[in-house]
Write a protein that binds this ligand. Sequence first.
Ligand code: AMP
Ligand code: GLY
Length: 425
Amino acid sequence: MKLLVIGSGGREHALAWKLARSPRISRVLVAPGNAGTAREDGLVNAPAASIPEWLELARREAAAFTVVGPEAPLADGVVDAFQAAGLKIFGPTQAAARLESSKQFAKSFMQRHGIPTADHGSFSAAAPAHEYVERHGAPIVIKADGLAAGKGVVVAMSAGEAHAAVDGMLVEKSMGAAGQRVVIEQYLDGEEASFIVLADGRHALALATTQDHKRLLDGDRGPNTGGMGAYSPAPVVTPAVHARVMREVIQPALAGMEQDGTPYSGFLYAGLMISRDGKIKVLEFNCRMGDPETQPILMRLKSDLVGLIEHALAGTLDRVEAEWDRRIALGVVLAAHGYPDAPRKGDAIHGLPAPEEDCHVFHAGTALNGRDVVVNGGRVLTVTALGGNLNAAQRRAYEVAERIRFEGMQFRRDIGHRALAASRK
Ligand code: AMP
Ligand code: GLY
């Protein structure tokens, strides 16, 4: 049986790697893929990068089903196109993907269905947006409405910063179409966690919890990035918090989407803020898995991912459970020179290790140049390791990371710091 994975990042390398480990799978096509998916056993890259090309590829290769990695094809309607052609695909339809592709849609959806989230206002004109900032004061958060590749959020610690962000998006149009409308919301304090489920339209199967590190530099300083590292599980999601997230967020979200006529099937990612007293609020929904969260999650998944997705496609997720490795998984992102503003491409990568049972280097922005692996994007690799405790996982990941070399390589040295601090308390 063959499968197709759409995308070219670290998340897609991990998804394809895990799917290919199923004894039922002969080959996983990755379109377009990267140097890591080109070199991994059981994976084959295919040069397809648009909806018509993916459709053609899935038909030609008779893929049993397709899994979509990134949000852009989902927002563009890849699932609708495959379903119209009678092909199996795992992901939300274009209408359901609005949970990520429009912040305004997500906020009013949450309000309508009683899902806890920060109070907000939504504006397409600057004057009322400035008034809202004046009325509420700082700290306050300004978000571009549309997809902005993780760059559309300004957490303003002063009113001046908030006004400047409003002008940047609504007047100077710094985010283009994504920032024609802004959502301004209450600043929330607490600890973040990523809570991702498989959804089949009605039922949800929770994946292991994770915590991402969004800032570029150690100690959570520097600019926001797509994510510089992640580990699983996230201790902040205690069993009580977990039950609460399922009850207050995931179940009402699936019921609400069904009630609104756009049932949600696919990976659903709730970005949560968890306060000291265990209250949860949703920061955002994503209609896909996280990157780099996927890498540690899938290192820990013992069940066959093919079987789980088949249950999701059949609407029978209530009949399965996922089995997890009890070890901790921790992934460290190695980023290119100049990331996140202007990543430099072309630097040759040295010291890539062979995969081992407890450590796998997933590729993201890499390409093959002859036999060399070279940098081809901002986040280049995620070194992901398993360990009996967080210290051991961290030590193993950094031991491998330190052996990899390319010009200008940047990485954080403190991935896992929150969980380590929590375990010392
Ligand atoms: P988002 O894309 O909505 O997840 O926002 C990106 C990052 O901005 C989040 O991971 C948080 O670190 C931060 N953020 C977003 N919304 C808020 C909020 N209401 N309060 C505090 N921080 C926020
Ligand atoms: N790592 C954050 C995300 O995938 O949205």
